[in-house]
Design a protein around this ligand. Sequence first.
Ligand SMILES: Nc1nc2c(ncn2[C@@H]2O[C@H](COP(=O)(O)OP(=O)(O)OP(=O)(O)O)[C@@H](O)[C@H]2O)c(=O)[nH]1
Ligand SMILES: [Mg+2]
Length: 230
Amino acid sequence: MKKPDGKVVLLGDMNVGKTSLLHRYMERRFQETVSTVGGAFYLKQWGPYNISIWDTAGREQFHGLGSMYCRGAAAVILTYDVNSLQSLTELEERFLALTDSASADCIFAIVGNKVDLTDDCALPPDENRPEKSVASCSSKVRKQVRAEDAIALYKKIVKYKMLDEKDVPAAEKMCFETSAKTGYKVDYLFETVFEMVVPIIVRQKAEGPPQTVDITDYKPAKRTKSGCCA
Ligand SMILES: Nc1nc2c(ncn2[C@@H]2O[C@H](COP(=O)(O)OP(=O)(O)OP(=O)(O)O)[C@@H](O)[C@H]2O)c(=O)[nH]1
Ligand SMILES: [Mg+2]
């Protein structure tokens, strides 16, 4: 198997649809999933590059693995469910810190999934969006997270990373709403991210492999009588 040239990681709370999004993109279909254990990856050929896309487990018990998966990542796709404000909040409170191990120029995308379940008529009307008939909305649930909430989170991430908004892609470009179920905007999401990671991959390749510690080289020190602190 060819070694991946770059890494993209999906992070987010359990049940938001990370596995389904990746499945939709790679396998071109939507099927029932089981909650992810640990993590798994797909390889995607993108031009001359081989990109690994990591699907991680959102369940709390696997939380510690997240930063390991993010190590050296060229892009992180922070995923929430548009019907769960809590899942957006979790991105900031639980998942953002895991990205500290990502590449310094890592791209961030924020993705609100499951838009097929929502209808904009559940939101207060605004001038640009004429109100729809109540009948057309009746089978849909209320959309809890607005695009503006995701944009605000993106801006917080830029601050957290101590970057200047001028030096990073615009928030409006990096916040997506998708449906793994219908396929809505799924290709657009992944392909936008891949386009953006190519320059990072080129730089990473030019700089050579990251400095890592090979644990097979590790030789335990001989024990001394004076104990652990000697
Ligand atoms: N209606 C709808 N359901 C979805 C969508 N995406 C995922 N689901 C459903 O949401 C549930 C969770 O989807 P997963 O893809 O397993 O979620 P996950 O984020 O990978 O969850 P963990 O692996 O536990 O972290 C499943 O029942 C999916 O069928 C979507 O776009 N629309
Ligand atoms: Mg999963």
